[in-house]
Structures are given as structure tokens and as C-alpha cells.
Design a protein around this ligand. Structure first.
Ligand code: HEM
Length: 136
């Protein structure tokens, strides 16, 4: 597995841990109230698990497993995937800053644009590697 996939997948696991922890606290709070501010963390639970875990794990595994090129740069240019990795994580925390810590709406807007940017950069890399066995 390439080093970049290892970084992306390990980061995804951190979000799984964070997301499940928040989810477990929310579940507990439903049965036996812990703190009134806890419901404010529901958007973070969703953000961590949908983008931090599911999307990020998919990116990490896809970078590793999509068909490689015959030439020297066998997985294509890594740069676009590195940019996607940074954009996705910056985006997640900007959205969390808005939804949990009441930062301004600009955080939400910039965060979502960063997440869309991550998808665009990742797709620009993966598009050329989405091929059949015959190479077409
Ligand atoms: C990949 C795994 C998960 C994903 C993608 C996920 C996603 C979500 C989403 C989208 C919601 C909002 C649902 C709504 O507003 O109708 C939600 C709510 C919630 N989740 Fe998760 N979740 C996951 C795992 C978990 C786990 C493992 C726990 C508990 C240990 C948990 C506990 C909760 C609780 C307590 C709520 C609030 C339910 C309510 O509104 O009463 N989630 N989750």
C-alpha cells in the first residue's frame, strides 16, 4: 500500500473514533441526560463519520487500488491527491467550527467549497485510472 494511502486511511480511522465517541455520548444522553450542550455536537458526529470516515477511507483505498499506469509514475501524479487530502480535512474542521463552535457562516461556506474542491482534485487524479483490464 502506498505511503499516501496509509496516511489517508489512518486519518479516516481517527475520524471513526471521534465520530463513534460523539455518537455514543449522544446515545447515552438520549437515555440519561449528560449535558445540555451535547446535542450541539450532532452535526460534528455526522461530519466526522460521513466525510472524515466514509469519504476519506474511500479516497485512501481508491488511490491504492485503482489500476496503475505502466510508466514510471505508476499511480499518476500524487500532488492532486495530497491537495484533496488537505482540502477535505480543512473543510471538515471549518464546517465543525461553524456548526459546533458558532463561527461565522463564512466558515461553513469556505468549508463546503474546500470539500467540493477535494472531490474535484481527487476525481481529476482518479479519472485517468478508471479503466478496464484492456486499458480502455
Ligand atoms: C458510519 C457510521 C455512522 C454514520 C454515517 C452516522 C450518521 C448519522 C446521521 C446522518 C445522523 C442524523 C440522523 C437524523 O438527523 O435523522 C445520526 C444521528 C445519530 N447517531 Fe449516528 N452515524 C453513525 C454511527 C453512529 C454510532 C456508532 C452511534 C452510537 C454509538 C451513533 C449515534 C447517533 C445518535 C444518538 C444520533 C441522534 C439520533 C436522534 O436524532 O435521536 N451513530 N448519525
Amino acid at each position: 500500500m502506498p505511503r499516501l494511502s496509509q496516511w489517508i486511511i489512518r486519518t479516516a480511522f481517527l475520524y471513526l473514533l471521534l465520530g463513534f465517541t460523539v455518537g455514543a455520548l449522544l446515545l447515552w444522553h438520549k437515555g440519561a441526560p449528560l449535558h445540555p450542550a451535547l446535542w450541539g455536537w450532532l452535526p460534528a458526529h455526522i461530519e466526522f463519520l460521513l466525510f472524515g470516515w466514509i469519504v476519506q477511507l474511500t479516497m485512501g483505498v481508491a488511490f491504492w487500488i485503482l489500476p496503475r499506469y505502466w510508466q514510471k509514475e505508476r499511480r499518476g501524479k500524487e500532488g492532486a491527491v495530497k491537495i484533496a487530502f488537505v482540502l477535505l480535512n480543512v473543510g471538515i474542521w471549518l464546517v465543525v467550527a461553524y456548526s459546533v463552535f458558532q463561527a461565522s457562516r463564512t466558515f461553513l461556506l469556505v468549508g463546503r467549497v474546500a470539500e467540493i474542491g477535494a472531490a474535484v482534485f481527487f476525481a481529476s487524479h482518479a479519472w485517468g485510472r478508471t479503466l478496464s483490464r484492456e486499458g480502455a
